[in-house]
Design a protein around this ligand. Structure first.
Ligand code: NOJ
Length: 761
């Protein structure tokens, strides 16, 4: 178990089954809000009116500190209250499947792999799979989806993001929220806001300095999407935002999230990110995790002294109770138990589908893929094809598979059916092995984990050399990248093919084999730009990353490469199919408002069935000050040879709008907008336009701060007092930051550890 996983585990208090049943039976008659048909708000009021101060305080903080290793574990817990029939609430990681060291769960591909599928319906099933397993383990809240953007691919949690674009992230995260909550679990979307690095996290030096327009248009845009999708909860992050800790940030939590976006659920602090009591409560944070010094004794003091009003405490409690009532938690007989195995063939099938649809074919020289009957022998090369396979990244998104189908195992089995011979080499004899086969499949890896940023986006020297040697010996060399996200490819011109497999979960090898053999069309399209060199990254300079100056502004991801006119290695949205597509017949209907639609025809002009992701980008009039283009729609289509489909993109209020910082609201500016459609951000054969007749606001201004809310951070002496009064939590808070300097050992990938084919003889 990794230290970070360990650091967030808490023990579920032993179930006092008999006592609880008695208390519950007695309480039943006294708890008219249970099983009631009354509106939720009425049930909340009824319950609130019966709660004592200590019971309210118990509900707004976690009930267990970490490092209690006995018994079943979740990341966080709120204890039950038998007197008032309030059930226990278990919070479980995370965004890529059930984590926290649990076994018997499905290791899904990473969120980055999911994002590469550009498939909202699949994202919903991904969320549903996680929720079923979390509930099967007895938890109620899924700590996901992750909605932080990939600002810089060196970020340790890059694999956990849904890529670099706010629209793609927002759509997929919203679909995931729908999937999670459709299964009766509460989604906790995380982390707000502008939490994009691990270096020095949770320490004062980790301060994201972001201008308001960039914050609204880029980093808060997916937040609004998950709120619109009904996320029950939101987690505030470890970073400071413009000098104020995210979990104490009135602008972020009260003015934007709850005011502007209308969020009526609860805000939870990331684990040990609560560093204040009164200021955090007044700024809008509702639930402290995982312990309760700040929101227990310290908040009681705040209530007694009048520093925090009872009305605000009631609001915090109501926000937690609201989804608990909405999701029927009071009426539930209970979920499963932490010891139950919750994975199964249906969930494995989702993992396989995501892996296949996310696998992105970046290069296919001379159409060497798919492999066919003429391939008599394949050399599979690299330790990452065997025992060093990565199914899941590290930290709280880490999931332990029952077992992982390694690339070697998957390819060997499929090749056997095709009558081809397969050999293995760990990379030490890459040239010889490649030279002796018809085709070489070379698998390279790059490890990434929560808690530590990567220093670069380069493969190891060893892996680069292995690839170069294989390529020199065999012109049919295909590189498979088992990486968190973008990496440099100094050998690109020498190899015939490149497949980005990401962290593809437990079904990796089978998914890879079906893509290499063309049983499945490589479904992926890049959710993140691959630069030629790390120096081209939008936040390449150290004052930006990890320095925290977000002065690349709106130019995140492809917007940067477009604005600065930098040729990427592979552009955002790129990905090859085994067939070809043609775009035609663009039609734009509407005046640029939310009823505007853009349609186009996509035709499969090749001889195989295949999938395409049609993408819509908007270019604003120059006066708007936007980067050259923004993704505003996408649609995945599967087409038989010769078949056509009409793709349709519906614009919304924000599609043609920008944030006007003077007016504090979204505005659609007068002028001509270009609408471009095609198969990647740099391949847009169709263009149309729409003229907006006059400038008009399209949202209300951000509301003013609520009375009593702090305007900035606590003064230094209050902070010192906060640290001193909650010493244990302050120690953990500091450790979260200190760990970012050293990193953590990787957790185990699978209960049955992946084996090197060499060990099998
Ligand atoms: C810290 C991580 O930042 C967060 O994403 C996770 O849910 C919590 N720990 C609980 O494990």
């Amino acid at each position: 178990m990794s230290l970070i996983a360990a650091s967030v585990l808490v023990t579920v208090p032993a179930a006092h089954a008999a006592e609880t049943a008695d208390a519950a039976a007695e309480a039943d008659s006294q708890c008219p809000w249970v099983g009631s048909d009354a509106p939720v708000e009425q049930r909340i009021d009824q319950l609130l009116s019966r709660m004592r101060l200590d019971e309210k305080l118990d509900l707004v903080h976690g009930s267990a500190m970490p490092f209690q290793f006995v018994g079943p574990t979740y990341a966080g817990m709120i204890s039950e209250n038998p007197r008032l029939c309030i059930p226990q609430l278990g919070l479980s990681d995370g965004p890529a499947g059930v984590g926290n060291g649990h076994t018997g769960v499905t290791q899904l591909p990473s969120p980055m792999a999911l994002a590469a599928s550009w498939d909202a319906e699949l994202a919903s099933r991904y969320g549903a799979t996680i929720a079923r397993e979390a509930r099967g383990k007895g938890a109620d809240v899924v700590l996901g989806p992750t909605i932080d953007l990939l600002r810089d691919p060196r970020a340790g949690r890059s694999f956990e993001t849904l890529g670099e674009d706010p629209h793609l992230t927002g759509e997929l995260a919203a679909a995931q929220v729908g999937g999670i909550q459709g299964e009766g679990a509460l989604a906790q979307s995380k982390h707000i806001a502008a939490y994009n690095q691990e270096t020095l996290r949770n320490l004062p030096a980790n301060d994201s300095i972001v201008d308001e327009r960039t914050l609204q248009e880029v980093y808060l845009s997916p937040v609004r999407d998950v709120v619109d999708a009904g996320t029950a909860s939101v987690m505030c992050g470890y970073n400071r935002l413009n000098g104020v800790h995210a979990c104490n940030n009135t602008y972020l939590l009260s003015q934007v999230l709850k005011g502007q976006f209308g969020f009526d659920g609860f805000v939870t602090s990331d684990w040990f990110a609560t560093q204040a009591s009164h200021a955090a409560a007044n700024a809008g944070m509702d639930l402290q995790m995982p312990g309760g010094c700040h929101y227990g004794p310290r908040l009681r003091h705040g209530i007694n002294s009048g520093a925090v009003t009872t009305a605000r405490l009631d609001d915090m409690v109501s926000r937690i109770l609201r989804p608990m009532f909405r999701f029927g938690l009071f009426e539930r007989d209970g979920n499963g138990s932490p010891d139950d195995a919750v994975t199964g063939p249906e969930h494995a099938a989702v993992a396989r589908e995501v892996a296949e649809k996310g696998m992105t074919l970046l290069k296919n020289g001379d159409g060497m893929l798919p492999l066919g009957g003429e391939t008599g022998s394949i050399a599979v090369i690299g330790e990452a094809a065997g025992e060093r396979v990565i199914g899941s990244g590290g930290g709280s998104p880490h999931v332990i598979a029952p077992e992982i189908v390694t690339p070697f195992e998957g390819i060997a089995e499929r090749a056997r059916e095709a009558g081809a011979e397969v050999s293995f080499d760990d990379g030490s004899q890459a040239g010889e092995a490649a030279g002796a086969a018809d085709v070489a499949v070379v698998v390279a890896r790059q490890w990434s984990t929560e808690s530590k940023d990567n220093k670069d986006i380069r493969l190891s020297e060893k892996d680069n050399e292995m690839i170069a040697k294989a390529a020199a010996a065999n012109e049919n060399t295909v590189v498979v990248l088992n990486t968190a996200g973008p990496v440099e490819m100094p050998w690109l011109d020498e190899v015939a093919g490149v497949v980005a497999a990401w962290y593809p979960g437990q079904e990796y090898g089978d998914a890879l084999a079906s893509v290499l053999y063309g049983d499945a069309d490589p479904g992926g399209r890049l959710p993140a730009t691959f630069p030629v060199s790390q120096a081209d990254l939008p936040a390449a300079s150290p004052d930006r990353f990890p320095g925290g100056a977000y002065d690349e502004g709106l130019a995140v991801g492809y917007r940067w490469y477009d604005r600065e006119d930098i040729e990427p290695l592979f552009p955002f949205g790129h990905g090859l199919s085994y067939t070809t597509f043609e775009y035609s017949g663009l039609e734009v209907r509407g005046d640029g408002g939310p009823d505007t639609t853009v349609t186009a025809r996509v035709t499969n002009t090749g001889s195989r069935a295949g999938s395409e992701v049609a993408q819509l980008y908007v270019t604003h009039p120059e006066s708007a000050g936007e980067p050259p283009k923004r993704l505003e729609g996408f649609q995945r289509v599967e087409l038989e040879p010769g078949e056509s489909a009409r793709v349709r993109f519906a614009l919304d209020e924000r599609s043609l709008a920008h944030w006007d910082a003077d007016a504090d609201r979204w505005v659609r500016g007068e002028g001509d907008y270009t609408l471009s459609v095609g198969g990647s951000s740099r391949d847009l054969p169709l263009t149309g336009d729409v003229a907006v007749a006059e400038t008009a606001p399209v949202s209300e201004p951000t509301p003013a701060p609520p009375p009593g809310a702090p305007e900035g951070d606590d003064p230094a002496w209050t902070k010192i007092g906060n640290v001193a009064r909650c010493p244990a939590e302050s120690l953990y808070a500091g450790m979260i930051g200190a760990i970012s300097l050293f990193g953590l050992p990787p957790g185990e990938q699978a209960t049955r550890p992946p084996r090197s084919p060499a060990d099998d003889g």
